[in-house]
Design a protein around this ligand. Structure first.
Ligand SMILES: [Zn+2]
Length: 365
């Protein structure tokens, strides 16, 4: 049995047994039986802790296992292959950009899978505080991409073709997700193929590493907000977002960006100021326009002409999807929304035509 097989099965084994091993080592962390019936609030912090600790434990084990494998089986030919390749800035940029786009495309795949009701995507560390999220985010990307790059090089230096090596490593990666269903494993294999392809194309660890960071960033800080756990997450008190009637502080999730909503403490009808909504719309339109143009220019630099024409549309589509998700979050965090009273009087005062639907809605009352 060639030693590379050991490295290949390391990933699915760690994926399958990390939670069990974690609770064997730290039995005190195991949530008490029946805690699920105590309601979502009672075990919220436990879930958040474990949601970060178990992925960290898994990534740490994977990284240690990979390094241990290197110690035992590293051959001269593997040492000659440049493990981390050329650490150029352009590879990092390519990886980050395509990763950002891939995240958007995989969101559509995920949505398709969700229609059939059989697909979910775990987001490690989602419910943890931001500092912990960043640690999980970095450690996972380092561990998984180090494993992938070394597994690829191990297969290739023992005489396999590049294509076969990428396929085998992707399948090994995907099988680590079988506990979440066949569809999830298939999407993970596609992810794996994408990361492996990036590494072989750019010859640099940085390309799949940055792509991994970009994808997880979109999921953590873009999609996470939409996930089923949304209500359970800690929300931010946005400074300066006060109810103009009772001066109560409003949390971000309590604000509807494009609709009338009620202040949770005094019940007044509120809406985000028209000025704010217009700036947001304008920035979004500008963003979509420059995304398409920017993608066209970047692909011209990175790819042969024939590929540019096939790929510009799907790549911009992915970038726009991810961008939209991140943008909504980032914009409201950077610039706290200003609220206005959405009473009929103020609405007719603020809107000089153009918002017929809202005006007629308030006239109905
Ligand atoms: Zn109020």
């Amino acid at each position: 049995m060639p030693p590379s097989v050991l490295l290949l099965v390391l990933y699915p084994i760690v994926g399958a047994f990390a939670p069990t091993a974690f609770f064997l080592l730290w039995p005190k962390e195991r949530p008490p039986l029946g805690s699920a019936s105590a309601g979502p609030d009672a075990n919220k912090s436990t879930t958040a802790r474990l949601g970060a600790l178990i992925p960290l434990f898994g990534s740490g084990t994977l990284l240690l296992g990979t390094l241990f494998w290197l110690l035992l089986f590293s051959s001269t030919s593997l040492e000659k292959a440049r493990l981390f390749g050329d650490l150029g800035l352009s590879s990092a940029l390519v990886g980050g950009y395509f990763g950002f786009s891939w995240a958007g495309i995989s969101i559509w795949l995920l949505a398709l899978g969700a229609i059939t009701g059989r697909m979910q995507r775990e987001i490690p560390g989602l419910m943890a505080p931001l500092r912990v999220q960043i640690v999980v985010w970095l450690v996972e990307a380092i561990a998984e991409e180090t494993w992938r790059v070394i597994a690829l090089l191990a297969l290739m230096t023992s005489g396999n073709s590049a294509l076969l090596s990428v396929v085998v490593v992707s399948v090994a990666f995907g099988s680590g997700f079988l506990r979440l269903g066949v569809q999830r494993a298939a999407v993970a294999s596609l992810d794996g193929f994408f990361f492996g392809f990036l590494f072989l194309w750019r010859g640099s660890f940085l390309a799949p590493f940055m792509a991994h960071l970009a994808i997880q960033a979109v999921y953590l800080w873009g999609v996470g907000e939409l996930s089923q756990y949304r209500q359970r997450r800690k929300t931010w008190q946005v400074p300066g977002t006060k109810c103009p009637v009772c001066q109560a502080h409003l949390k971000l999730l309590q604000i509807k960006l494009s609709d009338l909503f009620e202040c949770p403490s005094c019940g007044a009808q509120l809406s985000v100021s028209d000025w704010y909504q217009n700036v947001m719309r304008f920035t979004a339109a500008l963003g979509i326009g420059s995304t398409a143009l920017g993608t066209l220019l970047l692909l011209h630099v990175w790819l042969p002409d024939k590929l540019v024409y096939c790929l510009t549309y799907p790549v911009s589509y992915g970038v726009a999807t991810s961008g939209f998700l991140i943008y909504k979050r980032a914009f409201t965090r950077l610039f706290p929304p200003r609220l206005q009273r959405g009473t009929p009087y103020f609405i007719t005062l603020n809107l000089k035509g153009g918002h017929e639907s809202k005006t007629s809605k308030s006239e109905d009352k």
